[in-house]
Design a protein around this ligand. Structure first.
Ligand code: FE2
Length: 376
């Protein structure tokens, strides 16, 4: 599959008014943060990092931060009904609330984005404790999702003020997950270009790839997608919208069950996808399966790969090639009862694209699941 990544315009790079250092953390609003943290530790191989709650002076919520290599997830639950966290969980189920981005200057990030039309979520706020200070600010993005800008260059504590280090003897071994490769947002009918413009105008991102409904359609359903990248390429946000098909698009099913726009999947990088996926499966994570015929002509499609075919076939790992190399990827089933958020595990071997050659096989696998739920 020949996929060309559009180079960002040099002018856009020079004028990067929002230099992002990467994903700082992802915060999930959930019904039970203690159990969610346990699930991500046990099944995905995260370790305990920090805790905030009544014992640390935070009265209305409990938050558990867990870490694996450069990945930090935070699970937050409300201790009462009738507030924004409880409402978010009621409306969306367990969901991604915050895609937090690391910056050198959170005050500047807020000013630069708000003067360009970003809707403020959090005015610059300095948090301090004995380990130093963290500056936070934030803006709204699609649905009820937000971006926080995190400046932590003057902080030496476990996570951030308000949290204390979470020390526990229970820390399962890593599954080899390294960092966030990309986070995908599902938006409503005809809303993709609005959000593309938001990332261009407000955050200085560029559109590096576009997939139309001819790229991403099966016999039954379709979607369209544009990949937005920060100027330096460290942060990538593909945006999907549903497209008309004979049956209900997977994006539509998501919107129905999520109760609006939100984060569809987070792609987590590994350097050894066979080992990572073997461990995840052994720990109970369920993945989408493509038919075994997918592997019959795989090597003719993608050319030489370093990996043995048999373990890829056993595990259901997909392969795609672009002009710069190839990638291996696999998708979990939704990780909660609503058919909403799932994860992608990805290993890049030169390729900078997103697996366009796998879309058809993958989306047919998703449709089989949709059909089982009665939502196709
Ligand atoms: Fe993805």
């Amino acid at each position: 599959m020949n996929t060309m990544i559009a180079p960002l315009k040099p002018a856009a790079l020079q004028a990067d008014f929002l230099p992002l250092e990467g994903t700082d953390y992802i915060e999930f609003y959930v019904g039970n943060a203690k159990q969610a943290a346990h699930f991500y530790k046990t099944a995905f191989g995260f370790k305990s990092l920090a805790y905030a709650g009544p014992e640390t002076g935070i009265k209305d919520r409990a938050s558990y931060a867990v870490r694996q290599n450069k990945l930090t997830f935070v699970f937050t639950t409300s201790l009462h009904g009738g507030n924004s966290i409880a409402d978010h969980v009621y409306k969306h189920g367990d969901a991604v609330k915050v895609l937090a981005l690391r910056v050198a200057d959170a005050k500047k990030a807020w000013h630069e984005t708000v003067i360009r039309g970003g809707k403020s979520y959090l005015e610059p706020l300095t948090l301090q404790d004995e380990y130093g200070e963290v500056v936070l600010s934030g803006i709204h993005t699609y649905g009820e999702t937000v971006h926080l800008f995190v400046e932590r260059k003057n902080y030496r504590g476990a996570f951030m003020p308000g949290y204390r280090e979470w020390i526990t003897p229970y820390n399962p071994t890593s599954t080899g997950l390294l960092y966030v490769d990309h986070c995908v947002g599902n938006v409503g009918w005809n809303q993709m270009n609005k959000w593309v413009k938001f990332y261009e105008d407000v955050m200085g991102f560029g559109n590096i790839l576009t997939f139309d409904d001819k790229d991403i359609s099966t016999e039954y359903s379709a979607l369209m997608s544009k990949v937005m990248s920060s100027g330096n390429g460290f942060v990538k946000f593909p945006i999907n919208e549903p497209a008309e098909g004979k049956k209900k698009s997977q994006v539509e099913e998501y919107l129905d069950f999520y109760g609006g726009e939100g984060c569809q999947h987070v792609a987590l990088a590994t350097n050894d996808i066979v080992d990572t996926v073997t461990q995840l499966q052994n720990r109970g994570i369920e993945f989408l399966k493509v038919p075994s015929t997918y592997y019959d002509d795989l090597l003719q499609r993608v050319g030489h790969i370093d990996e043995d075919l048999e373990p890829l076939k056993q595990l259901g790992i997909l392969v795609d090639r672009d002009n710069e190399g190839y990638l291996l990827q696999i998708f979990t089933k939704p990780v909660e009862d609503r058919p909403t958020l799932f994860f992608e595990i990805i290993q890049r071997k030169g390729a900078k694209s997103f697996g366009k050659g796998n879309f058809k096989a993958l989306f047919e696998a998703i449709e089989r699941e949709q059909d089982l739920r009665g939502n196709l």
